[in-house]
Design a protein around this ligand. Structure first.
Ligand SMILES: Cc1cc2nc3c(=O)[nH]c(=O)nc-3n(C[C@H](O)[C@H](O)[C@H](O)COP(=O)(O)OP(=O)(O)OC[C@H]3O[C@@H](n4cnc5c(N)ncnc54)[C@H](O)[C@@H]3O)c2cc1C
Length: 434
């Protein structure tokens, strides 16, 4: 006899595990399948796990600000213990330097004013008083390593920065998925790891389950694609792409981990710094290291890849990101031993995710998270569970989008913002900044 469930979730990353938890909490007999042997060991494990409220769209900022409260109250959200321990949310805030590239943060501050989200504007003197190791100089425009002017200040000083107290980072992103797995199991869900989905099954005009390697079929009237950078492959199996105006693809990304400058305890005296002037961001990493990611400047090549066949070794991009941060933190040394992460973003056409149904009844997707949706995972779990139960009881989400109440900031958003049928959102930064 075929195994039968109410819902199959493809992918046990932080978002797949969160959706599994919330569907189980709604009473659906749910199974989450993942081709790897641990929850959170897809792109989630490589995440920088930054929590920050600043986004270029109002809806993007609203849900991101809301997420801060979920991470603050993580134990309460889960309601269970995990034998591996719970993640730690380091609420150190986020400092974003004003620059030409981010229009001195004026558009972002206007969005946060509309939401009532707190922030402080700091002069460069105040920035240096808090973070004495940073340079005041501007280095714009962002350059490539072979540019003869790489690393030369342009003679101007930065105009200050904006500090967001409701932000920080999560210490162990893979563990956050495992925490959710334990909570989902406690709510009645099943996880089947080391199990690859090879086909999406259909019957009578709707989804009817999945086929897994070995040929076995698991039956369910609901299937959710949360396959991260493999999302487009699962959508192709389901044959749902023709109905989508927004598509997804996999983008290679490098993150460098380097030791802090000698004498600087970066966890205590540093924090999350975002610097559009040099197009990198950083945060403390364990062992008094600094984690350095790229803000995707236009001069850097974007490397779109097949998620089943890409180069996991570091390239010159690693060194470039470290040298860009060394412009802002002049005492930073460039180590010879390369450490860090090479991972994939699942990028949508406008760098805003798709949290939606599909043209195939019963088939749903939470994809296109574009390097910036770790923070929102627990909320996406709740939103998707609401969307799925509404659609499965006859609601026409395309005509009348489901709404979701962000309880901590008391704001209701329309899930139409994340529609697969939307026009490309021109307000987006078209980058990891969202
Ligand atoms: C380098 C990097 C830095 C980032 N930094 C941040 C940040 O600072 N802040 C932030 O908010 N977000 C950040 N993100 C984004 C965030 O990490 C992702 O949005 C989030 O982890 C996506 O989770 P997911 O569950 O959707 O996907 P994933 O974690 O990728 O999980 C998808 C799962 O699907 C499984 N799968 C795929 N195909 C199949 C199949 N055929 N059968 C079975 N299983 C399958 C995979 O094995 C995988 O485990 C970053 C991402 C990266 C890569």
């Amino acid at each position: 006899m075929k195994e039968s469930y109410d819902a199959i979730i493809i992918g046990a990353g932080v978002i797949g595990a969160a959706i599994t938890l919330e569907l189980a909490r709604k009473g659906l007999k749910s199974i989450c399948v993942d081709k790897v042997g641990e929850a959170g060991h897809g792109s989630t494990a490589g995440s920088c796990a930054l929590i920050r409220p600043f986004y270029s769209t109002l809806d993007g900022a609203a849900i991101a600000w809301e997420s801060h409260y979920y991470w603050l109250k993580w134990a309460e959200h889960l309601g269970v213990e995990d034998e591996r321990g719970l993640i730690r949310y380091v609420n150190c805030g986020n400092l974003v330097f004003k620059s030409e590239l981010n229009n001195n943060m004026v558009p972002v501050m206007s969005i946060l004013d509309q939401l009532g989200c707190p922030y402080d504007e700091l002069s460069m003197d105040e920035v240096v008083a808090r973070y004495p190791f940073v340079s005041r100089s501007s280095f714009a425009p962002v350059r490539k390593l072979d540019d003869p002017d790489f690393g030369s200040p342009n003679g101007e000083e930065l105009d200050g920065a904006v500090f967001f107290p409701h932000g920080g980072y999560v210490t162990d992103p893979a563990l956050s998925a495992h925490n959710l797995l334990r909570a989902a199991e406690a709510a009645g869900a099943t996880f089947r790891l080391n199990t690859k989905v090879t086909a999406i099954c259909k019957a009578q005009g709707r989804v009817s389950g999945v086929k897994i390697d070995g040929g076995q079929e698991i039956v369910a009237p609901v299937v959710v694609n949360v396959a991260g950078p493999h999302s487009f492959k699962i959508n192709a199996m389901a044959g749902v792409e023709d109905d989508m105006a927004i598509k997804t693809r996999a983008l290679r990304h490098e993150v460098a981990h380097v030791p802090s400058p000698i004498g600087l305890d970066f966890e205590t005296h540093g924090g999350h710094l975002s610097d559009s002037d040099t197009s990198v961001y950083c945060r403390p990493e364990s062992g008094n290291h600094i984690l350095i990611g790229s803000e995707d400047p236009e001069c850097d090549e974007r490397i779109w890849v097949d998620p089943d066949d890409f180069d996991r070794s570091f390239s010159n991009q690693w060194q470039l990101q470290v040298m860009r941060l060394a412009q802002r933190i002049p005492e930073l040394k460039i180590p010879t031993k390369l450490k860090g992460v090479v991972e994939l973003y699942d990028v949508s056409d406008d760098w805003i995710p798709i949290y939606d149904k599909s043209g195939l009844p019963g088939f749903y997707m939470a994809i296109g998270t574009s390097g910036n949706q770790f923070k929102n995972a627990p909320i996406v779990g709740e939103m998707m569970a609401d969307l799925i139960t509404a659609c499965e009881t006859g609601h026409d989400h395309d005509a009348n989008p489901v709404t979701f109440h962000l309880k901590n900031i008391d704001r209701t958003i329309s899930m139409g913002f994340y529609s697969r049928k939307r026009e490309v959102n021109q307000q987006s930064s078209f980058s990891v900044r969202g």
